[in-house]
Design a protein around this ligand. Structure first.
Ligand SMILES: [Mn+2]
Length: 327
């Protein structure tokens, strides 16, 4: 598993006339921003380029050039010279779009997930990059291709969202240097910040408020858990995504070192998110729930009632802190 060079990859892109860009399902800021930036840059080079998501963009990402995103399959070409996957750790994450990926004549995979199996003919995977957008920026710069202000804003959106506003430990000096370059290209920082972060529906805060009511603390308040049953969303006319951000909020409590948030995605089916503040490796915890992830952010799942989830989880948490304290 070896990276191709930037030159090899931009060379492949330059030889294609038609390009389809795909990314992972449950599209996020990095996926959408990186895709939109690549689309604009390649269109400016005279290529026919489409991004197919198979889902709506979240409302806080609609500032990204909507023309790049194709909604209906009927609006796609029958065949593309090249498919480029961005921010997609695994081809299974194309889900219903796997046929479109497979049908392209050639494939490129640009990503920053450590587990990426190098699934394309041409790959560039850098687990040290804070966002896929960071890799794309460097690649475009190396090629000397033009980045207009809209593309620059899309790359900024990719980076600011995947770094938690430059807060996560994946953020490096390079991340900030790229952000500075994007400022020099004339991005409107207030417009981006308002669109992405000051644009919440009030129901989302109501859902957060509901969830915070059921916080439970363990191990001298070093662990916190909150959960959202299906009916909590139904009662508010909310969607599961309205609970996004709760886990970071509860990790933010001063005494908390590990946080868990459980959401019921189907009856008695819980998706568990874990966050760590210091040195507890929550990916190991997540692995015990059939999942995985990073040291400070991971996830798993479990079937059963919320009481059964807690009965399974709490002794593991107590063991984690017992071991950490050398008891
Ligand atoms: Mn990403």
């Amino acid at each position: 598993m070896k990276n191709n060079t930037f030159e090899e990859i931009t060379g492949v892109m330059d030889r294609a006339d038609t390009v389809l860009i795909l990314t992972h399902v449950i599209i996020d800021g990095d996926a959408a921003g990186t895709a939109a930036a690549l689309c604009r840059v390649l269109r400016a080079r005279g290529k026919t380029v489409h991004i197919f998501t198979g889902e709506e963009l979240p409302p806080n990402l609609t500032l990204l050039d909507a023309d790049c995103f194709v909604r209906d399959r009927e609006d796609l070409l029958d065949n593309y010279d090249l498919a480029v996957a961005v921010d997609c750790s695994d081809p299974t994450r194309f889900e219903k779009r796997a046929d479109l990926y497979g049908r392209a004549a050639l494939h490129v995979n640009i990503d920053h997930h450590r587990t990426n199996p190098y699934y394309a003919e041409y790959n560039y995977v850098d687990p040290d990059a804070a966002a896929a957008g960071e890799i794309l920026y460097e690649m475009i710069r190396r090629a000397g291709w033009d980045i207009d202000v809209k593309a620059a804003e899309a790359i900024y959106a990719a980076i600011v969202t995947d770094t938690g506003e430059f807060e996560y430990s994946s953020t490096t000096a390079k991340t900030h240097r790229i952000a500075a370059d994007l400022f020099d290209l004339g991005i409107d920082i207030n417009e981006i910040s308002v669109a992405i972060y000051q644009n919440e529906r009030k129901v989302k805060l109501q859902v957060h408020s509901d969830i915070l009511q059921n916080m439970e603390f363990l191990c001298e308040d070093r662990f916190v858990m909150a959960h959202a049953p299906k009916e909590l969303f139904a009662k508010r006319g909310a969607v599961i995504a309205d609970s996004d951000g709760v886990i970071e909020a509860i990790r933010g409590i001063d005494t908390v070192e590990v946080a868990c948030f459980a959401k019921e995605i189907a009856p008695d089916e819980w998706k568990l998110g874990f966050r760590s503040k210091y040195d507890v490796d929550v990916s190991a915890l997540a692995a015990e729930f059939g999942g995985g992830g990073h040291r400070k952010a991971a996830g798993g799942s479990m079937l059963g009632s919320i009481d059964e989830v807690k009965a399974c989880l709490y002794p593991k948490i107590e063991a984690v802190f017992r071991e950490k304290d050398g008891r």
